[in-house]
Design a protein around this ligand. Structure first.
Ligand SMILES: [Zn+2]
Length: 278
């Protein structure tokens, strides 16, 4: 990858945040910025505040985020003042529904994104479920832009399927983590089979979080166990355990994304690389 970049010396780059952080770290290890890049576009996954600052500090230019899907292309772009993403409501109509229902969430609450394309003639999308959970901002953006502001929280269907049909959703993990670390932007949970027959969910949190006292980690674990009746019962049976770490490198797919949930019970470790970011 670095060899190709050195040959072409691009002045613009369009990739995922995880991939660019990996490239940035490699150039950092080699001694610094190899050539100037003036435009950076990021897409494919949410960009955390720590990833954004790592990229901005190294390349000395503000990265722009795009949010979209395979079916729609771009739906929203980052605000010039980094106050969220601006949704292009002149091209798409956005509804936010309660998970698994057709009921709208109350104003200002996060919900599953359902979109209707207003101008697509060849492939119209009518009330199409994107599978993403989006939270809207109700206040006017400080940048003055008229497009509404949104925040992408994660995928609605993302979950570990544990024994006996017990599910652990990504939003349950995120909500347990943010109950203790409200500023947390990035995490990854990896499910592995333990040698002792007990499945282990290792939760890696952003290295930007430095205060990881035992009490705080135990509070997160307790919130996770009590986040559903099934999990509370699983705790007593002893077929699952949690481990929370802030000093482990997260895993990245070979396509350059850092998924929130990775299930490694089926011997698929080779699909992932160490993210190697600071
Ligand atoms: Zn704005």
């Amino acid at each position: 990858m670095l060899a190709l970049l050195s040959i072409f010396q691009p002045n613009a780059i369009f990739t995922s945040p995880s991939r660019l952080c990996q490239i940035t770290q490699q150039y950092w290890n080699k001694g610094g910025k190899p050539f100037p890049i003036t435009k950076i576009l990021l897409a494919g996954e949410p960009c955390s505040a720590s990833q954004r600052s790592q990229i901005r500090d190294f390349w000395e230019t503000e990265p722009h985020n795009l949010y979209g899907s395979e079916e729609t292309d771009g739906l929203a772009g980052s605000c010039s003042q980094q106050a969220g993403l601006h949704f292009m409501d002149d091209l798409y109509y956005l509804e936010l529904l309660e998970l698994g229902t057709d009921k709208k969430v109350p104003d200002g609450k996060a919900g599953e994104a359902v979109i209707t394309s207003l101008y697509s003639e060849g492939t119209p999308l009518i009330r199409y479920r994107l599978g993403d959970i989006i939270e809207p901002y109700l206040s006017q953006c400080p940048c003055g832009e008229k497009w509404p502001r949104i925040k992408v929280i994660g995928r609605s269907q993302q979950a570990f399927f544990l024994y006996d049909g017990i599910k652990l959703h990504s939003y349950q993990i995120r909500s347990a983590l943010t109950s203790v670390y409200p500023e947390l932007d990035l995490y990854q949970a990896v499910l592995r089979p333990g040698d002792d027959g007990v499945d282990e969910v290792e939760i890696m949190i952003s290295p930007a979080i430095t205060d990881t006292s035992q009490g705080m980690l135990e509070a997160i674990e307790e919130t996770l166990w009590s986040s559903s009746l099934d999990l509370a019962a699983a705790k007593d049976i002893g077929k699952l355990r949690f481990r929370i770490a802030s000093d482990e490198e997260m895993l990245m797919t070979r396509r350059g994304k850092t998924p929130e949930l990775i299930d490694l019970r089926h011997g698929n470790e080779r699909e992932f690389l160490k993210r190697n970011s600071g």
